[in-house]
Design a protein around this ligand. Structure first.
Ligand SMILES: [Cu+2]
Length: 124
């Protein structure tokens, strides 16, 4: 009776352990696969001394750019084709935009239109 009971206990535990391993593998594999095959690159751009830095950049489709305003003056990041625009960015404010399609995207600061930049989106 004692041995029979311990067998019953042992087997469900083994079954649970196997099930847990299978579940872990099933959940982790897509995550690892996704991380390896479709990274979502990010690029940081600075707004400093009334200029976008770098002023010109080439990225792959799907890249997210984050602009950070390091000036005391407010700036915007506004595309010429109006496909994206930030609010007025105060000191240390950030603006993010993900570029999904290929093309050349020029942008300005609407407060200081002499501030210009361009993002080239190209498959690499
Ligand atoms: Cu500005």
């Amino acid at each position: 009776m004692r041995y029979a009971f311990s067998r019953v206990i042992t087997h469900p535990l083994r079954a649970c352990a196997v099930l847990a391993l299978v579940c872990c593998a099933a959940f982790l594999t897509p995550a690892i696969y996704a991380a390896a095959t479709s990274p979502s690159p990010t690029v940081d751009l600075d707004i400093v001394k009334f200029a976008f830095a770098p002023k010109e950049i080439t990225i792959a489709p799907g890249t997210k750019i984050t602009w950070t305003n390091h000036d005391e003056a407010p700036h915007t990041v506004t595309s010429s084709d109006k496909s994206f625009t930030s609010k007025g960015l105060d000191t240390d404010d950030r603006f993010e935009h993900t570029f999904t399609s290929e093309g050349d995207f020029s942008y300005i600061c609407t407060v200081h239109p002499f501030m210009t930049g361009v993002v080239h989106v190209r498959k690499q």
